[in-house]
Design a binder for this molecule. Structure first.
Ligand code: SF4
Length: 726
């Protein structure tokens, strides 16, 4: 026997004493994996495993899911409400009644003095759909502020905006099953293996079976780019130019589907005129991809029987994010790749329930993809809730990224932050810090009392986390999944649904409206409000969702299950049923590298962490695998600055600075550095975050920095070590 294999020890799986496995859905990313949590004899969560019969993950979990049971008992959890008069004083423990009274009184006081919109609410993509809907009812129907938004503006707003502009409605038209049918996959700004490992596994299995070409567009040689047939290292922020050029080649060479364009799209002539200006030779000077490659990719895509595009933050987090999504939709419309197996525009969403907030939170309008701008929608929801339609504003208020500047100017005086952490996640955090310090009143509602933003609050409300409560999440492919309650909330923490209901009771209008006490009771309202609509939930019940391991919408009342794809009949959500082909002139409006700040700063994710590490930073194994922020830098660029591998370097932008460990690699070009975005006091001290004009989403991935060697390595190491302890 070679290498003595016979003598190797067998793998032993530790017996953790599981006596019961409980079904639920993973609470991190939008993939929507079905998961079972193992409980021991004392009812403690001691293990996690994937659910074999679930279509999404088929028994698998990524690293985060495998350790997810550890988060119930992690460090920094809040288990009692906290209160203080001034943010620099120590907190004192308070009863729920005292804390909730303080919140309601502050809202009333600020609104009475400065108007209804002077109190703002910023929520999340992490809580259950039933909780989003209830928060929307509270914000729009009781408190009546129009300055109410979610942190999804930081990740998915451009996808929402792009879908609305092209198809007349939000709603990803495709699904994971499209990987099984596609003949060509274009992935733009999406590093699937690290961001969405289980979707990556689905894609890779399908590709191994069928061998379709994979084309990756990304300025960095990501893990996905290393597996691509063609990698297009596009210049940062120029995706729209590349997409226009692909369309130009397709139209110029007659590779478009004329019959589909005529039957199902509008405004082709204006679109064709615009793309005619983006011939590959001219485009290559802007986007950095040579003209032959542009032509080859355009031909490959257009000639494939079915072709699909996926994207994530590389498209969305840009000053042209919404245009980038429209550009992808344009490409798929002219090649008839919408609504057919393997042909789609599929945005890979970020948070576990980013989709749920888009559908039901009322952040951008009213529940169920209704809008404030339509009188009929205002009337319908007002009647359903039992309030006066005139209580609603006639158009949506500020996006999250506009709420913080409105605090600076004094327009907003009070803020309620729910399960999000702007002190780490917003661009230009030195500015956000000053903004939070200016507030008359800040309430932070979060499962973790040590979330960085809580440093600035007057009231802290401890929320239950993930499967300490019950409800639904919608995943990337419109699949509604059930999160079953696995353990009880820790200490005196409460489900977000309970907190919203209790706040509602403290307002006269809140006592007049029905707020169901259970998540299942709220779900019945979603079924009623969605019946016959595009996002029809009426055929779903909790039992049916669990039995099928998730159901995609639309699922009509009499349907056995949901529909895999949207727009299969070529009818879109505009009144004439036609999708729009939208011309996309390119405007170069980014901060760019120059003599003082010669590097592009790019950011992204690592597989071990989720968002601002509020949860994963407390999970031992995840934190051990990825304990500290680092910077990828090209060795040639590093040499000229005397920066060495494994040392610390200081990055400086016009906003601030950050110290990181250096990792020299050819994954980034000589004029770019890359940093994972998860860490506090790091990448977002540097970012500028110019906003997309349509979606108001920040351009996290494009700003200019310089790199300096750190003089005192020991001090840098000591600071780094201190930042890692928790
Ligand atoms: S891929 Fe996403 S949903 Fe699945 S286990 Fe990992 S974090 Fe959870």
């Amino acid at each position: 026997m070679l290498f003595g294999r016979k003598n190797k020890n067998p793998i032993r799986i530790a017996d953790k004493g599981v006596v019961e496995w409980k079904y639920t859905t993973c609470g991190y990313c939008s993939t929507g994996c079905s998961i079972e949590v193992g409980l021991d004899r004392k009812g403690m969560a001691v293990s996690s495993r994937g659910v074999g019969g679930a279509d999404v993950n088929r028994g698998k979990l990524c690293l985060k899911g495998i350790f997810e049971h550890e988060l119930f008992d992690a460090a920094g959890r809040g288990d009692t409400p906290l209160l203080r008069d001034r943010r620099f004083e120590p907190f004192g423990a308070a009863s729920w009644n005292t804390a909730l009274d303080a919140v309601a009184e502050a809202i009333k006081r600020i609104q009475a003095a400065h108007g209804r919109d002077a109190f703002a609410i910023v929520s999340t993509g992490q809580i259950m759909t039933e909780e989003f809907y209830t928060l929307g009812k509270l914000a729009r129907g009781v408190i009546g502020t129009n300055n109410y938004d979610g942190n999804t503006t930081l990740c998915m707003a451009s996808a929402v905006s792009g879908y609305k502009r092209s198809f007349g409605s939000d709603g990803p038209p495709g699904c994971y099953d499209d990987f099984e049918h596609t003949d060509c996959l274009l992935a733009i700004g999406s590093n699937l293996p690290e961001q969405h490992p289980i979707i990556f596994w689905r894609m890779r299995e399908a590709r191994e079976r069928r061998g379709f070409p994979l084309i990756v567009v990304d300025p960095r040689v990501t893990m996905l780019a290393q597996m691509a047939d063609v990698h297009l290292p596009v210049n940062p922020g120029t995706d729209v130019v590349l997409l226009n050029a692909l369309a130009q080649v397709i139209l110029d060479e007659g590779l478009e589907d004329r019959a589909y364009i005529e039957a199902h799209t509008a405004e082709f002539d204006a679109f064709a005129q615009l793309v005619a200006q983006y011939d590959p030779r001219s485009a290559s000077r802007i986007c950095g991809i040579d003209e032959d490659t542009i032509r080859n990719v355009a031909r490959t895509y257009a000639r494939a029987g079915a072709a699909m595009t996926i994207w994530t933050m590389g498209i969305n987090q840009s000053t042209h994010g919404s245009d980038g999504v429209v550009g992808i939709n344009n490409l798929n419309l002219i090649t008839a790749n919408i609504g057919k197996p393997g042909g789609t525009s599929l945005s890979i969403t970020g948070q576990s329930n980013a989709m749920g907030t888009r559908e039901w939170s009322s952040c951008s309008g009213l529940p169920g993809y209704r809008t404030l701008e339509k009188p009929a929608d205002r009337e319908e929801i007002a009647n359903f809730w039992g309030i006066d339609p005139d209580f609603f504003p006639k158009r949506r208020g500020l996006f999250q990224t506009d709420i913080f500047p409105a605090i600076e100017t004094g327009q907003i005086r009070g803020l309620w932050i729910i399960a999000t952490n702007p002190m780490t996640s917003m661009p230009n955090t030195p500015r956000i810090r000053k903004t939070l310090e200016k507030l008359d009143f800040l309430v932070v509602q979060d499962a973790y009392r040590d979330v960085e933003t809580n440093e600035y609050s007057h009231v802290y409300l401890p929320a239950a986390v993930w499967a300490e409560k019950q409800g639904t999440f919608t995943n990337t492919e419109r699949r509604v999944n059930l999160v079953r309650n696995v353990v009880e909330p820790r200490g005196d923490a409460k489900p977000d649904l309970w907190i919203f209901n209790e706040v509602a009771k403290r307002f006269e209008q809140g006592r007049a409206i029905t707020f169901p006490e259970t998540a299942e009771g709220v779900f019945e309202e979603l079924r009623d409000l969605s019946r016959g609509r595009m996002l029809d939930y009426s055929g779903m019940t909790y039992e049916k969702i669990e039995a099928q391991r998730g159901i995609q919408w639309p699922c009509a009342e009499d349907a056995e299950t949901g529909a895999r794809r949207l727009y299969t009949d070529g009818r879109f959500q505009y009144p004439d049923g036609k999708a729009r082909l939208i011309p996309l002139p390119f405007v170069d409006n980014n901060e760019r590298p120059d003599g003082d700040y010669p590097f592009w700063l790019n950011s992204g994710r690592v597989v071990e962490h989720f968002h601002t590490r509020t949860r994963t930073g407390k999970i031992g194994n995840l934190n051990k695998f990825s304990p500290t922020p680092y910077m990828e830098m090209n060795p040639d660029a590093a040499k000229s600055l005397s920066v060495e591998h494994g040392c610390y370097a200081r990055l400086v932008s016009r906003r601030g600075d950050a110290v990181v460990l250096v990792q020299l690699t050819q994954r980034v070009p000589p004029d770019m550095v890359f940093i994972p975005f998860h860490f506090h006091e790091c990448v977002n001290r540097l970012t500028l975050g110019l906003l997309d004009p349509h979606s108001r989403q920040p351009a996290y991935k494009q700003c200019a920095v310089r790199v300096e060697a750190v003089a005192d390595e020991d001090e840098a190491a000591a600071r780094n070590h201190a930042a890692r302890t928790y």
